[in-house]
Design a protein around this ligand. Structure first.
Ligand code: ATP
Ligand code: MG
Length: 420
């Protein structure tokens, strides 16, 4: 036998046993996005590398070390498997002129790719749900996004996810803060890890985003952005906080919250849980007012967020959130020559009536088929032999409750099976 070819580390199969949880999640998200008037957009998984370099920023974890980039050998183009969705979404919006008629509320879902060290809650192919609002200046839309998240957690049966907020201010305010921060980091250069020393000048704010435990005390004592906040950002940030208080959404302001991508400004937020160990951020986002212009569109304010589906599913499992089982209404057993084709017609007839039906394949005795019917989880067994085929009827037997089996017409059978 040939040696098996294994899947790629950090890229997971969703097995049939896990599929109901994903379905439950996907349909909850679809309803939720509709409830807020967001339209779905689907972008390709591959983009030109340049798109991510220009939007996410050259000196970021993602662009420096996490992207799956390769040269298309057919035409020499540099391509990258998307590490996130915002850049692609904004690219599509610009390319198709979607902002021409006015602001847009959009959402998307799908796999993202980052070459990280795989561990619980951190994978190389993972899934995000992303929401973007383009053309809205805020802070009303920022409040909408946070309320949306809070509602989704409720609808998924999740609790214990806390909200952290910060404001990164305008580009101008950040540059004056940057000077103070660089001066502080220079004074403590000896205590910085290698990444931070490298970023101290190229991208000092990133140092605050370091996950290295040895750096935390230094980060704690660094000067705070809040002291340099420009008036407009400051007003927007208080406006958002007032809306959240009015809506009863609890939050805490975390002055160290920066976000690992360059395009953010103004309000940023993260939803964090303590129940998933080190990978506790389940959702993150904020404003990125400069990005549309940076990618070549007409300037437009924007904000959005993305959540990690695997982390949310893990949280649902951890919290014991039950998801509905897949329903099989009937398992059709068949034996005999005439019964073979008739059973196909019976199963199709039931499906026309909206029932979920497994039609037995592969032959075998009625006894063996009945075992399969039982194991399938079906509510009813529908038995079709040559007798039934000749008379144009079926025998219906409940597999879940004690009840006499009956020989009835197809339409009567449908009525019986439909009562759930
Ligand atoms: P982290 O700090 O955990 O690396 P991030 O800041 O890189 O997260 P974002 O780019 O903001 O993450 O992505 C939004 C969300 O996507 C994260 O909050 C997380 O829930 C999820 N996510 C990000 N990277 C991964 C990954 N490698 N595996 C699984 N989920 C991920
Ligand atoms: Mg990351």
């Amino acid at each position: 036998m040939a040696k098996t070819v294994q899947g790629i580390r950090g890229m997971n199969d969703v097995l049939p046993a896990d599929a109901p949880r994903w379905h439950f999640f996907d349909s909850a998200v679809q309803r939720w996005a509709q409830a807020y008037g967001y339209s779905e957009i689907r972008m390709p998984i591959l983009e030109r590398t340049e798109l991510f370099v220009r939007s996410i920023g050259e000196v970021t974890d993602i662009v420096e070390k996490e992207m799956y980039t390769f040269t298309d050998e057919l035409n020499g183009e540099q391509l990258t498997l998307r590490p996130e969705g915002t850049a692609s979404c904004v690219r599509a919006v610009i390319e198709h002129n979607l902002l021409y008629p006015g602001p847009q509320r959009l959402w998307y879902r799908g796999p993202m790719f980052r070459h990280e060290r795989p561990q619980k809650g951190r994978y190389r192919q993972f899934h995000q749900i992303g929401v973007e609002a383009l053309g809205y200046a805020g802070p009303d839309i920022d409040a909408e996004h946070i309320l949306m998240c809070a509602r989704l957690w409720r609808e998924l049966g999740l609790s214990g996810i806390r909200l952290e907020l910060n404001s990164l201010g305008s580009a101008l305010a950040r540059s004056s803060y940057r000077e103070k921060l660089v001066a502080y980091l220079e004074r403590h250069a000896g205590e910085l890890d290698e990444d931070s020393r490298r970023r101290m000048h190229s991208n000092p704010l990133r140092v605050l985003d370091s996950k290295n435990p040895a750096m935390q005390a230094l980060i704690e004592s660094a000067p705070q952005l809040a002291d340099d906040l420009d008036e407009e950002s400051s007003r927007a940030f208080s406006g958002l906080q007032a809306s959240l208080r009015a809506a009863g959404v609890a939050f805490s302001v975390n002055p160290r919250l920066v976000r690992g991508l360059d395009y953010y400004n103004g309000t940023v937020f993260e939803w964090v849980t303590d129940r998933l160990g080190a990978q506790g951020t389940v959702c993150a986002g904020g404003r990125y007012d400069g990005l549309v212009e940076q990618i070549g569109g007409k300037p437009a304010p924007a904000c959005g967020f993305a959540m990690g589906v695997e982390r949310l599913l893990a949280l649902m499992a951890d919290g014991g959130v039950a998801v509905p089982d897949v329903v099989v209404d009937a398992y059709v057993l068949r034996q005999g020559e005439a019964a073979t084709a008739y059973a196909e017609a019976v199963a199709e007839h039931f499906r026309d009536a909206g029932l979920a039906v497994i039609l037995h394949c592969g032959g075998g005795s009625f006894k063996a088929q009945m075992k399969k019917a039982d194991a399938s989880g079906a509510r009813y067994a529908v038995i079709v032999g040559d007798d039934e085929a000749q008379a144009g009827v079926v025998t219906v037997k409940s597999l879940r409750v004690e009840r006499e089996q009956v020989r009835v017409s197809l339409s009567e059978a449908c009525e019986i099976i439909k009562i759930r």
